[in-house]
Write a protein that binds this ligand. Structure first.
Ligand code: 13P
Length: 249
């Protein structure tokens, strides 16, 4: 069964004391919610965050990981390292990783495999750039990003995959996809999964929208039938805004 999920992607923001302050505020506000709530602090703050959020219903998740189990990959973090500090979910394929760190579909397929082999759930991100949208190529781009990184998997793998549609032109720009644009794409994604696998996979996968979700627009976006929640950047850095979005469900 698909779930409602709101995940905060903090990106490269918040040092240790800012992390503790924000998590304490978040912990106080999430006693009862109608959505699964997750936050993704930066790597160095994952372990303290897991400890701070013990006995809360907020999950701490990672923003990235390497595909290898260990070895000579200076600066990288493996799935087993994440697991060893209590992390069970990782964001993969964020457009900033694709754009600034040259993460390709091929590399992402390897990361996907490594996460699943280690029992780590994935929030898999994808989305078109503005030029693709202007050329009306968004569906072709999104389909190829999903197919190239995920379609080698068995249907059962989708029990551990959450999808996040994040149109690049809407990230950090203040420009949001309209609720109709989000719905159209999410419906297309479900259809793509049904065509490749079956209707069970298509109907059970949670598909999040990301890109300038704010308290003012969350309710309308989340009300769309194929939108199961949000991946939130800027607005997840303020506890009140993040909670207004969580409570949009
Ligand atoms: P903004 O909410 O800041 O647009 O960021 C979205 C995002 O990239 C979440 O992963």
């Amino acid at each position: 069964m698909r779930k409602n999920i709101v995940a905060g992607n903090w990106k490269m923001n918040n040092d240790l004391s800012q992390t503790e302050t924000l998590l304490t505020a978040i912990k106080q506000q999430t006693q009862t919610t109608n959505a699964e709530v997750m936050v993704a602090p930066t790597f160095v703050n994952l372990y303290p965050a897991v400890n701070t959020l013990k006995e809360s219903n907020v999950e701490v998740i990672a923003q990235n990981m390497h595909f290898a189990a260990n070895g000579a990959y200076t600066g990288e973090i493996s799935a087993t390292m994440l697991k060893s500090v209590g992390i069970e979910t990782v964001i993969l394929g964020h457009s900033e990783r694709r754009a600034y760190f040259n993460e390709t579909d091929e590399l992402l397929a390897k990361k996907v495999d490594a996460a699943l082999e280690n029992g780590i759930r994935i929030i898999f991100c994808f989305g078109e750039e503005l030029a693709d949208r202007k050329a009306n190529n968004q569906e072709t781009i999104v389909k190829s990003q999903i197919a190239n990184a995920l379609f080698h998997l068995e249907a059962s793998a989708f029990n551990n995959i959450i999808l996040a549609y994040e149109p690049v032109w809407a990230i950090g720009t203040g420009e949001t996809a309209s609720p109709e644009q989000a719905q159209d794409m999410h419906q297309f994604i479900r259809q793509t999964l049904e065509d490749k696998y079956n209707s069970e996979v298509a109907n059970n996968v949670s598909i999040l929208y990301g890109g300038s979700v704010k308290p003012a627009n969350a309710k309308e976006i989340f009300s769309k039938p194929d939108v199961d929640g949000g991946l939130i950047g800027g607005a997840s850095l303020k506890a009140d805004d993040f909670f207004a979005i969580v409570n949009a469900f």
